[in-house]
Design a protein around this ligand. Structure first.
Ligand code: PLP
Length: 440
C-alpha cells in the first residue's frame, strides 16, 4: 500500500459534527432533496487505507467502505494512477459510437473471473440497479417468459423495476408505485430464523416457485448469494445449489446479484464460488471500480447474445475512466493479495464477535463471509432489537467508528472494512463495539 498523506488513526478532535462539517450539513439541508439521507453529518476531506478524515480533521475508522465499494481502499494508488492516465487520454467517446480497449478488457476479465467454464459475454453499465435491470432483460428475451422470482429481504435497487424486486417498503418503496408487474416474492433460506437446512429450505422455495409462478412463466430467479441490505443473511449450505439445479432443469435463468458480495469482498472473487454454483448471469457493481460508476452483467453466451444489436447498452455504460479503474482494482486484488486479507478479516471478526456473543446474549448471531460480516441484535425474547443497533451505531460514530446497519428489521450491524485497512485498526474498531456493548 502507498503512503497516504494522513495517518491511519482513530482521532476525534472536535465535538461532532465539527464546525466545518456542520456548516455543510446546513447547506445540504437547503440544497439537497431531503429524501437523500446522510447517516452522519460529517463531510469527507480524505479517505483511504482504513480511515475517513472529515473537514475538521476528525479521523474515523471506516467500517463501511462506502457500502462495500472501496474494497481496495478509497485512495488506492493503482486506481488513482489508472484514472489520471485515462482521464488525460479521453474521458468519453461512447462505446456504442467509437469503442475503446478498456471496455473489452474489463469484459474479458469478467468472463474469465466469474465462475463457470463455459463461453460468456458481458455488458457494462453504470449502477447496480441497472445491472439487475439488464439481467432481467436478457433472461426475458432469452426465455420468452415474463415472470421474475425475487426473495424475502432482497435488495436490488431503487429504479422502478428493481424497487419492485426489493423487499423492504420503507424507505425504498412507499409512495413510489405503481411497481413493475410479474415480480414474485419467494421464501429465503434464513438458518438463524427458520432453522431449516439447505435441502429443506430449497424444497419449500421450489414448491412456492412451482405453485405460485410455474416454470412455464418464469424467466429468472434473481438472488443475492449472500444478502446485503436485507441483513447479511447467508443461506444454509446447499440451498443455492438446489435452486440452481431446479432452474437448469426448468429452463429458468439463474441470476446471482453479486453487486454487494462480489468482486473479492467475501474472500473469493465471487461469493458464488463458496457454494460451488455457476450462475447463468452474474450482476457486478459496487466493488468493481473503486467507487467509479461501473456495473456489469456477465453470463452464458447464448443468453447474453439472445437479443438484437442495439438492444443493450447506454450512453455512459462502461465509461473509459471507470474501466481503467476496474482493471486497476482487479490488479490490486490479485497483486496485493486482497482475497487472503478478506479471509483474514473474517477470522479476526468472527473470533472477536463470536467470543462476545458467547457472553452477551444480545448478540443473537454472528455471520457473513470475508470482509462482509454482521452481528444480529436481539432482545431477551430473541426478537429483533433495532433500537440497540441504532444506539451502537450512534455511539460508535461519537467514538470515531463509522458503522452501518442493515436488515429488514434494522437490527443488524454490518462490517465492511476496506481491505486496505491495517489489522490494528480493525481490531480497534471491534474493541470499540465491545466497549459500547459493555456501557449500554
Ligand atoms: C447496492 C445494491 C444494488 C443497487 O446498486 P446501485 O448501484 O445502488 O444501483 C443492487 N443489488 C445489491 C445486492 C446491492 O447491494
Amino acid at each position: 500500500m502507498s503512503k497516504l498523506p494522513f495517518p491511519q488513526v482513530r482521532n476525534i478532535v472536535t465535538d461532532l459534527p465539527g464546525p466545518k462539517s456542520e456548516a455543510f450539513a446546513k447547506r445540504k439541508q437547503d440544497a439537497v432533496s431531503a429524501c437523500v439521507a446522510t447517516q452522519n453529518p460529517i463531510y469527507a476531506q480524505y479517505a483511504g487505507g482504513g480511515v475517513i478524515v472529515d473537514l475538521d480533521g476528525n479521523s474515523f475508522i471506516d467500517m463501511g467502505s462506502g457500502i462495500a465499494v472501496t474494497t481496495v481502499g478509497a485512495s488506492n494508488e493503482r486506481v488513482a494512477k489508472a484514472i489520471k492516465e485515462q482521464a488525460d487520454k479521453f474521458t468519453h467517446t461512447c462505446f456504442m459510437t467509437t469503442p475503446y480497449e478498456g471496455y473489452v478488457e474489463v469484459c474479458e476479465f469478467l468472463n474469465q473471473a466469474t465462475p463457470g467454464d463455459f463461453p460468456k459475454r458481458s455488458v457494462l453499465l453504470n449502477s447496480g440497479s441497472e445491472a439487475v435491470e439488464n439481467a432481467v432483460k436478457v433472461a426475458r428475451r432469452f426465455t420468452g417468459k415474463p415472470a421474475v422470482a425475487a426473495f424475502e429481504h432482497a435488495y436490488h435497487g431503487r429504479t422502478n423495476l428493481t424497487m419492485a424486486m426489493t423487499a423492504k417498503v420503507d424507505p425504498y418503496k412507499s409512495g413510489y408505485g405503481p411497481f413493475a408487474p410479474e415480480i414474485y416474492r419467494m421464501p429465503m433460506s434464513n438458518p438463524y430464523r427458520d432453522g431449516l437446512d439447505g435441502d429443506q429450505a430449497a424444497k419449500r422455495t421450489i414448491n412456492w416457485l412451482e405453485k405460485m409462478i410455474g416454470a412455464k412463466s418464469l424467466a429468472c430467479i434473481v438472488i443475492e448469494p449472500l444478502q446485503g441490505e436485507g441483513g447479511f443473511i447467508v443461506p444454509a449450505p446447499g440451498f443455492l445449489q438446489n435452486l440452481a439445479k431446479w432452474a437448469k432443469e426448468n429452463d429458468v435463468v439463474f441470476v446471482a446479484d453479486e453487486v454487494q458480495c462480489g468482486y473479492g469482498r467475501t474472500g473469493k472473487m465471487f461469493d458464488s464460488e463458496w457454494e460451488g454454483i455457476e450462475p447463468d448471469v452474474i450482476c457486478t457493481a459496487k466493488g468493481i471500480a473503486g467507487g467509479m460508476p461501473l456495473s456489469a452483467i456477465t453470463g452464458r453466451e447464448e443468453i447474453m447474445n439472445a437479443g438484437v444489436p442495439g438492444g443493450l447498452g447506454g450512453t455512459y455504460g462502461g465509461n473509459p475512466v471507470s474501466c481503467a479503474a476496474a482493471l486497476a482494482v482487479a490488479e490490486s486484488i490479485k497483486n496485493d493479495g486482497l482475497l487472503e486479507v478478506a479471509q483474514k478479516f473474517e477470522q479476526i471478526i468472527s473470533k472477536r464477535m463470536g467470543d462476545l456473543a458467547a457472553r452477551d446474549n444480545r448478540i443473537g448471531d454472528v455471520r457473513g463471509r470475508g470482509a462482509m460480516m454482521a452481528i444480529e441484535l436481539v432482545d431477551e425474547a430473541g426478537a429483533p432489537d433495532a433500537a440497540l443497533a441504532k444506539e451502537i451505531q450512534k455511539r460508535a460514530y461519537q467514538a470515531g467508528v463509522i458503522l452501518l446497519s442493515c436488515g429488514t428489521e434494522g437490527n443488524v450491524i454490518r462490517m465492511l472494512p476496506p481491505l486496505s485497512m491495517p489489522e490494528e485498526l480493525l481490531e480497534e474498531a471491534l474493541g470499540v463495539i465491545e466497549e459500547i456493548l459493555k456501557e449500554i
